[in-house]
Design a protein around this ligand. Structure first.
Ligand SMILES: Nc1ncnc2c1ncn2[C@@H]1O[C@H](COP(=O)(O)OP(=O)(O)OP(=O)(O)O)[C@@H](O)[C@H]1O
Ligand SMILES: [Mg+2]
Length: 351
């Protein structure tokens, strides 16, 4: 399976990169049908119509673009689409495709009706992206055969296939690529009730004994993200096994989360370091993401995808044309005296 960019995983709960040993459990927990997939009702309903219509016409559905923060189920949905259509899925990612020929080779191996999943589709190199335009629109690719004076452009006809693209950064997608997706779905953070449903299902699959109030607590601190909910459940299960006779109770959950440094709102150490850097070191902002990343010794992309999306959802951070600024809520959360952001103190480089 394709992994994300960013830093090597250091065990942070919200990091998209999987820890050793978690990969198989993660795969086992992946819903395989739309029916089994809790949450994202809007996306599910629209996707069901798209797939039903395609099945009724006996032709592949339009190309699908899925976007939204990490861990909300984009890759899972790509697999579900192939499964629901009863077709094979080929997997790749933007950064894995170095030359246009890599993509042409992949396309040429597709069978009729197959699904091609391109993760991090915003990171496709431009020449490869241009190959994709013809493939998506006319189901053909031009490949250059031979070299120098003897080089020849040959048009390769492709069977009709469905491209499923996924991205955490919709804004970085080029206009022409965006326009070629017939169906575009945005995944949003899950409600606590939806995460409880995810957790109940995971408990069943993993044979975990957990009290209902413990699952409510876990769902509340899982930052709207199934990947985080499942990861917290696994860590709390370990804790319950070693310290509390195996049952995940509310008390065990609270102790385990305290040990993991996950606070009442589900913020982890990096989230709080981000807030402190913005509030204390950078005087509340506005500050550019590069400045923040330098202060925190983090990758800007990781901060944008993993931390900021949730901090903004909590109302702690706002993005202004001059950069990121802390809100009064952020000051309150840190117990710092509120002072409004000073314009222009730190350079903008709004990403
Ligand atoms: N609706 C859901 N119900 C149950 N589990 C889910 C759901 N969505 C995601 N998951 C779980 O969360 C994990 C992460 O989901 P997935 O890999 O599909 O997210 P993603 O959006 O592709 O993330 P990224 O942007 O990091 O690639 C899955 O392995 C699965 O176990
Ligand atoms: Mg994914």
């Amino acid at each position: 399976m394709v992994c994300h960019t960013g830093r090597v995983n250091d065990g942070r709960l919200v990091d998209p990169a999987l820890q050793e040993g978690d990969r198989e459990v993660d795969l086992a927990l992946r819903p395989r049908t739309l029916e089994e997939y809790p949450g994202q009702q809007h996306v599910r309903e629209n996707l069901a119509v798209l797939l039903d219509a395609a099945r009724a016409r006996n032709e592949p559905p339009d190309h699908v673009l899925l976007y939204g923060p990490p861990g909300l189920g984009k890759t899972t949905l790509a697999h579900i689409i192939a499964h629901e259509l009863g077709r094979r899925i080929a997997l790749t990612s933007g950064p894995a495709i170095v030359r246009p020929g890599d993509l042409a080779a992949l396309l040429s191996r597709l069978g009729a009706g197959d699904v091609l999943f391109i993760d991090e589709v915003h990171r496709l190199p431009r020449p490869a992206e241009e190959v994709l335009y013809g493939a998506m629109e006319d189901f053909r690719v031009e490949v250059v055969v031979g070299q120098g004076m003897g080089a020849n452009a040959v048009t390769l006809r492709l069977p009709r296939f469905t491209l499923v693209g996924a991205t955490t950064r919709y804004a970085l997608l080029s206009g022409p690529l965006r326009d070629r997706f017939g169906a575009v779905y945005r995944l949003d953070f899950y409600s606590e009730e939806e995460l409880q449903a995810v957790l109940r299902r995971s408990c069943r699959l993993l044979d975990v004994r957990a009290d209902e109030d413990a699952l409510v607590e876990l769902a509340r601190r899982a930052r709207g993200t199934p990947r985080v909910a499942n990861r917290l459940l696994r860590r709390v299960r370990d804790y319950a096994q070693v310290r509390a006779g195996g049952v995940v109770t509310l008390a065990v959950t609270r102790d385990a989360l305290a040990q993991l440094d996950v606070d009442e709102l589900g913020l982890d150490r990096t989230d709080r370091a981000y807030l402190r850097a913005l509030v204390e070191t950078l005087d509340g902002g506005p500050a550019g993401i590069e400045t923040l990343a330098a202060v925190l010794s983090e990758e800007p992309d990781t901060l944008i995808d993993v931390n900021e999306s949730y901090l903004m959802r909590c109302g702690f951070v706002v993005r202004t044309p001059r950069g990121r600024a802390a809100t009064q809520r952020a000051y309150e959360h840190l117990g710092a005296p509120w002072r409004a952001a000073q314009p222009g103190l730190f350079d903008q480089d709004d990403a």
